[in-house]
Structure formats: structure tokens, C-alpha cells
Design a protein around this ligand. Sequence first.
Ligand code: KMH
Ligand code: ZN
Length: 270
Amino acid sequence: MEKLIITAAITGAEVTKDIQPALAISPEEIAEDAYQCYKSGASIVHVHAREADGSPTQDKDTYGRIKEKLEEKCDVIFQPSTGGAVWHSPEERLQPVELKPEMATLSCGTANFGPDVFMNTEEYMEKFAKRMQELGVKPELEIFERGMIENAKKLLKKGLLKEPLHFDFVLGVPGAAPGNPEDLMFMADKIPEGSTWTVAGIGRHELPLATLAIILGGHVRVGFEDNVYYEKGVLAKSNAELVERIVRIAKELGREVATPEEAREILGLK
Ligand code: KMH
Ligand code: ZN
């Protein structure tokens, strides 16, 4: 079986320091957190930038500072968000791709997101995909609902995506697809042959879905963006602690963990 790619989604846009005191805020803190995750076994870091006051920002220069500091430390794959927060405009959200990171996320449709709506119209999905293609940025296709796989296939048909595709099933968001094992298996069965996939289980779904993905041959995303707990009622000490647990489970299940270079091979980044 292919080696396991672990993505650390370290900040997100919604988590606050009140909820998780170990949350990194400044570019220096975010780069250091990402480095600790890399040392623990992550080969990709998915990042949302923050303002000094902790609020989420899609500012290109802030992402640029994180990227620069991270590149000084290690060769982990830097994957900025183009999802941002629900209230960011599409133009704001797209900014970090101008830094030409190796990857960036591309959300493939609109979904309820707790009490909010995470809006991704066809026009903007196409615009995001086109710009990423022009800049040579590989999209990670964020799938919150089954129909979003079809939206991704439509982008592929229009020539706005290039195979092999890489999907991230984000399961367990309140208002979108639930985080049950059968939901993951159903979705993983519907993507084009030759695609790769990872799973981001939200909250209590993180660990069981990660374990299932290791068994099924998929890849895994963990981190404060998706889940701030180590176990019920116990906060994780760090993002790295969540990565370390996945490395241990993978080892027990006989799945080797990919280095960033190996992840690049698997994802067709080079
Ligand atoms: N914060 C969510 C509204 C992404 O990073 O591409 C969207 C999100 C997806 O986190
Ligand atoms: Zn994100």
C-alpha cells in the first residue's frame, strides 16, 4: 500500500485561543507549529493565517511571511487555504495562491457550515481552479457533500483540473455530510480512478475516520482546524500530539508514513 500522507491542519479559521490555548497566531508561531508537526510525521501543513488579534485573514503578505519562515525550517508541503472564513469574499480568499505554493485547497461546492453558509458558486470554483492552473498550484479538492465530487468532475471535464486529482473528504461538519464510516467509504468509491484522497473527520469523528483511511489506503488530516481534543473532554496539548498519534496507529497497522518528498511523488507534485 502507498505510504501514508499526514496533513496537519493547524489553525483553521474558526478555532479561538479561548477554546484551544495552544493555537498559533503570529506567522512565527504558525511556522513553528507547522515545523513541530513536520518533525512528528506530517508531510503537508494546511494553514489559515491570522491577524495579530487572532481573527482569520487571507492577506497574501501574512501567508507570505508564514511560507518564508517555514521554508527556512524544513521542506514540508505548504498548503494555504482558499476557503478562509465564511465571511471572506472570493477575491480575499484567492490571495494566497499568488505566492505559488505547491498546493492550495479548492472547495467544490456550497454547504451549510454550522449556523452559516460556506458559499462556493460555480463561477468562483471555476475562477479559483483556473488561477491555480495558471500558477501551477495543485488543488486539494475539499468535499463537504457527495454532490461536490460531481462538481469536481465537471471542472475536470472543462479542463480546469488536471489528473491525478486529490480529494479531501471533510466529514462531520454540522449542516453537511456526517462523519460515519459508510459515508467515507461511499465517497471514496465515487472519485475518478487514479485519484488520491484524504479524510478530515470533524471533532469526535477525527480519530475513527483517520484509522479507517489508514486501513482503506487513503490519507489522513488531523489538527486544531478539525478537532481540538485528544480524547473526550481532554484538549490536545499541541497539533504535533495529534500527528504523533496517527503515526503510532499507522505503525501498528503496518502502514509506513510518507516524507514530504515521498508525498510529492504520490501526489504528482513533481
Ligand atoms: N473555514 C471554512 C469555512 C478550506 O480551508 O479550504 C472553509 C475551510 C476550507 O476551511
Ligand atoms: Zn481549512
